[in-house]
Design a protein around this ligand. Structure first.
Ligand code: ATP
Ligand code: ZN
Length: 304
């Protein structure tokens, strides 16, 4: 029999950003995976009430380190942070003990080279001998090395976009999602260094057996949540002869279920999961090929 101390050890721990751009979507993802949490008094830990999974709320920059040090089994963080940390560990001669196991559908942004208005940019060669301000020195160094360009990397801890105006750098390498911050600082996008999005990382060290089952189940649920995003369940009646035309109209609906309709001759009921949104135009076209009683429903959960 397992004593209380051992039972506590068997809980999975996942690190999320405490407060920032990734926080809401990360908590929402876990909630859609069925996790109910109660917040600890210290606001650092959330305890899973219905799964042996606890959430640690921290600065996003600390998430890879927490997985590296085996304090957490899993983490939800931007690929930009993961790559920077991985290269930093490798530069220090240490292997990174975290790996990306899923790319998620939020936190999209790009790490970009941005230059001041008037800077003539003709590809990476234009960066030679320049001072580039960034909070991502390792990712930037790799980018420059891959292109055989030598430049000076000015490492800042924040407010990178004002560095050129302050004369601290000639240009910057920073995260961009819309470009409006760049424009406000008289900068423009010149090149993309890294396309980023939120990712799930885990330790490459085998997770202890008593936690593994939940780690596997959580991953399967995350896959289910990601898969149903934008998916629709569509039901309609149609003549059997219209099935090929209907299949062409319903994007990503492989293998629909076809059910004969009692007493309606060659009319059948068609049920299908569509991996994309279904627009009014599609419904009108379905009607055009003979469909009737068309219903489009959101998909809440899916388990392959
Ligand atoms: P923390 O206090 O946790 O260190 P932070 O200021 O580093 O917060 P945020 O600005 O909340 O972090 O960004 C967190 C992550 O969100 C980024 O690392 C990146 O992966 C993603 N992100 C998405 N869009 C943007 C954007 N426009 N600018 C910056 N980060 C973005
Ligand atoms: Zn941060």
């Amino acid at each position: 029999m397992r004593d209380v101390a051992n039972a506590a050890e068997a809980r999975l721990r996942i690190a999320l950003q405490k407060s920032g751009r990734l926080t809401d979507a990360s908590l929402e993802l876990l909630s859609r995976c069925g996790l109910k949490v109660s917040r600890g008094k210290d606001q650092l830990m959330c305890y899973g009430e219905n799964m042996p999974l606890d959430v640690l709320l921290v600065r996003d920059d600390d998430i890879p380190d927490l997985v590296q040090e085996d304090v957490c089994d899993l983490g939800l963080v931007g690929l930009n942070v993961v790559e920077e940390k991985r290269l930093a560990f490798e530069a220090a001669g240490q292997p990174a003990l975290f790996e990306v196991v899923r790319r998620l559908d939020f936190g999209r942004c790009r790490l970009c080279i941005a230059v001041p208005d008037g800077f003539e940019y003709r590809g990476a060669a234009s960066l030679a001998g320049r001072r580039i301000a960034t909070t991502y020195p390792h990712v930037l160094r790799r980018y420059l090395e891959e292109r055989g360009v030598e430049a000076q990397i000015v490492v800042l801890s924040g407010s990178v976009e004002i560095a050129p105006r302050l004369g601290r750098a000639d240009l910057i390498c920073d995260l961009v999602s819309t470009g409006s911050t760049l424009a406000a600082n008289h900068l423009r996008l010149a090149d993309v260094v890294l396309e980023s999005q939120a990712v799930l990382i885990r330790t490459p060290v085998p997770i202890p057996e008593d936690k593994q089952d939940w780690a596997r189940r959580l991953l399967m649920r995350i896959d289910g949540v990601e898969e149903v995003k934008g998916s629709k369940y569509i039901m309609l009646h149609a003549p059997r002869a219209a099935l090929p035309a209907i299949a062409r109209l319903l994007p990503g609906s492989e293998a629909p279920t076809v059910i004969p309709l009692e007493g309606l001759g060659d009319r059948v009921a068609v049920h299908a999961v569509c991996r994309e949104n279904v627009f009014w135009e599609t419904l009108e076209q379905l009607k055009g090929v003979g469909a009737s009683s068309v219903l489009v429903l959101p998909v809440e959960k899916m388990l392959a």
